[in-house]
Design a protein around this ligand. Sequence first.
Ligand code: C2E
Ligand code: MG
Ligand code: MG
Length: 621
Amino acid sequence: MTAPFDQRYRRSDGRLIWTIAKLAVARDAAGRPKHLIAVIEDISERKAMEQSLRESERFVKSTIDALSEHICVVDEKGCILTVNKAWREYSHNVGVHITQDWIGVNYLDICDKATATGPRDAAAFAEGMRDVLFDRREDFTLEYSCSTEAAERWYLAKVTRFQLDGPVRVVISHENVTQAKLAQQHLTFLAHYDSLTGLPNRVLFYDRLKHTLLQAERSDWTVAVMFIDLDNFKMVNDTMGHAAGDALLKQASARIVAGLRANDTVGRLGDDEFGVFLPDLLSANDAGLVAQKIMDAMACSFMIDNKEHFVTCSIGITVYPHDARDPDSLVSNADTAMYRAKQIGRNNHQYFTAHMNTRMLEHARLENGLRMALERQELFLEYQPQVDMQSGRIVGVEALMRWHHPELGLVAPTTFIPIAEETGLIVAIGEWALGVACAQNVAWQKRSLAPLVMAVNLSARQFKQKDMSDTVRQVLHETGLNGNWLELELTEGIVMENAEALIATMNRLKTYGVRLSLDDFGTGYSNLGYLKRFPLDAIKIDRSFISGIGADFGADESMIASTVITLGHSLRLAVVAEGVETSEQLRTLKALKCDIMQGFLFSTPLSAPAMTHLLEQHAPQ
Ligand code: C2E
Ligand code: MG
Ligand code: MG
């Protein structure tokens, strides 16, 4: 018998016919060839089936090759039957190099090798793979990461076992989900971190604090929570723009972080507010040391736009479990203590005390009351005379604001003016005071009393209003007061902030004839350079320098008063002494050639009718 051979020919109707021919020689009894037998079998159908199977295999192969997922099909023992193009490339990229073709390699061997050498989740994958192969589960998915030199990539692996009519097959696919993972990580970052400083945001800060407090309870820890607020940050933001403000916040946050231990947490809680907690402290006092370290770190200048800036911070500290046990109360306590640090002059740190809460409540009560004070007509002015030292004549009065609270009675301006400044209410009530004072001066002038200069206090916040000079002009116009009879008292705080804008406003006010004086001179940053550049008419020596004159310890105060008077005169400024209470002070000031005095010695601040009465008594005959 010969080996069978194929034959292929096309019939006249175009159909392709496959035959297989086998030839055999028939022999007689003696073994001699007798005749040739040819067996021809039509195998067209089988050939067509084989052809279509090959085509469908090619189709399946090119289809899976076209997929971006890495696909590998294994048999029930784990031997690889096929892999796609993406698979080969991926394996190459992640450093799995198989020298022979993949086909026939046992996938479990690859898994075991990977478990020994990385990637991180290979062991979990190998276990899942065995479960599917050994029919313990149908399928599984696993997200895992692979780090190469270039980057970290994330994959989603799916392993599915199936069996149709034939043997068991297991399809393993790995999809690159790096982009989706990065997008998800970015979203998580945005939801939990502050994008400017990279610090945990309020949400994450509270969450971490909550967990730390649970641990603290189990382990008996002392935890300190700090609230840090940058001083004068708003000024940098307002005068230099938000980009400069952002640069400052970044630098400041880096300095805070640098001052802490690795297991301390810092978060950005608001614009220029940072929260810190220090777990497992040996003693609550340690928090004060850390706060001081942060303040020291802030003390060096910040370089912004190639210019040096100085920013300090105020810090409030509260301690778990002594002051409170939950995150909200602790952060609120630290905030209260920070507020206290601000109140007593900034650039310091304060521990929370229960007493502070009472103060905060009181503060809130006053703030709410003040919002309605103007409308309810609870505010009024008193007037304190200013007397010419040489002639003894009343040449002016200072208008001083008073608030009659319906329950608390008379509230001191030193209490409510700072609240009005903080809340911005000062703009409205300051304008009201200016109007009432100017109208009162006109009323006195109409009574033909000797004309007086009406001095009105202006706070820094009012002066920063863009239309400040327009407001003054408007008030002068409405009340009919000549600008020469109005004096505006500025404080040194105003003077420091934005000199150029301030000078422009001052010059505009001067064109209306308004006088300008510098109040509480000597208590602020007293920069003599400013005194020369500002169009001032007078300086008022602060009461604290006058009160020592004549007392045993008053030598320094007399010296200061004398220096200020000489200085004022050399700059052609009138000098007003505030708070003159004794005749000895008066004598000394007279000898020092002080121009004007104001104080209880002559008169306390008076109501409008009482002041009218006094003026009538002092009217020139
Ligand atoms: P100031 O402008 O320095 O006002 C002088 C303060 O010294 C007044 O306190 C006055 O009553 C007090 N005083 C005057 N003579 C004597 C004295 O001989 N002895 C003592 N011990 N005190 C004397 P007052 O009225 O309590 O006002 C305190 C501060 O509140 C003022 O200080 C001023 O800074 C602010 N203020 C008052 N009214 C207004 C206002 O209408 N607007 C603004 N922005 N601030 C105001
Ligand atoms: Mg004043
Ligand atoms: Mg004063």
